[in-house]
Design a protein around this ligand. Sequence first.
Ligand SMILES: [Zn+2]
Length: 312
Amino acid sequence: MKPIRHYLAILAPVLAMFITIPANAQIDLPDWDTVEIVTEDLGHGVYMLQGFGSNVGAYVGPDGIFLVDNEYAPLSQKIMAALAGLSDQKVRYVVNTHWHRDHRGGNENFAKAGAVIVAQAETRRIMALAQKTPELQSEIGAAPENLPTITYDQAMTFHLGEETIALRYVPNVHTSGDTLVIFKKANVIQTGDMYFNGFYPFIDVPFGGSIDNMIRFYDVLYGLAGPDTKIIPGHGPIADRDDVRAYQNMLKIVRTRVALAIVKDTSLDDLKAAKPLDDLDPQWGDNLITADWLLDMVHADLVKHGVGPKND
Ligand SMILES: [Zn+2]
């Protein structure tokens, strides 16, 4: 599966400042000219667009287009062209589900084309901070148009055409500023990177991600979804709530195994050498997030959140 293979290309320079990145984490970005935008009709004016980077959600209404995430800057024109094939309306709003560049690299282009950029307050805080940090500036983009101009704290609702679109803040799942987007009439939920369909997650521990919150979030997501709800994941194909449940079960197993190793005072190297995820790899490991890397993240996360060796 390739949708996430670019992921560390953007994150490596950022995360290298905070944590050690595995040597194999450098991923090449594609020749942008070769990337095609594939559009999937989810009904009631809601679409999923996929090129290279995040999945993009779009509500195409009678008075404008509402976009959730926008991939990398070099793809903005192609995304705009794909949207022009659906409607002659302009993009009025762009929601960033979080600050990672593969989800909001096109902010400047969409803002200059007239869209209003919206994000949860924490996401904008991180982006504004990064813009002032020379080493991170190139990851965010120096132009002021990259920053959201409207932020919300807990929840926000858009009423556009026939659709009602609810934004909800879900703290500290993939990052500290994740937004869940619910297209109510279309019965579509877009998760950003709080959920990947089909492969191991990325948990941005230095920026507030947490496996325990991620596992809990899947109960929330399952509860919000009905049997026919279409779930747009951060990466990967459309999912349903049963996919989410299976994913949650996988992640619980990973969490249990890493926590057990920590409690037994097993070193991270010894844990990796024991290949504790070998049985999960065939189904979930076929992507950029390797078992070793997932172990790195979950280990760092659990230690950070107080799981330690038993004192006896
Ligand atoms: Zn992300």
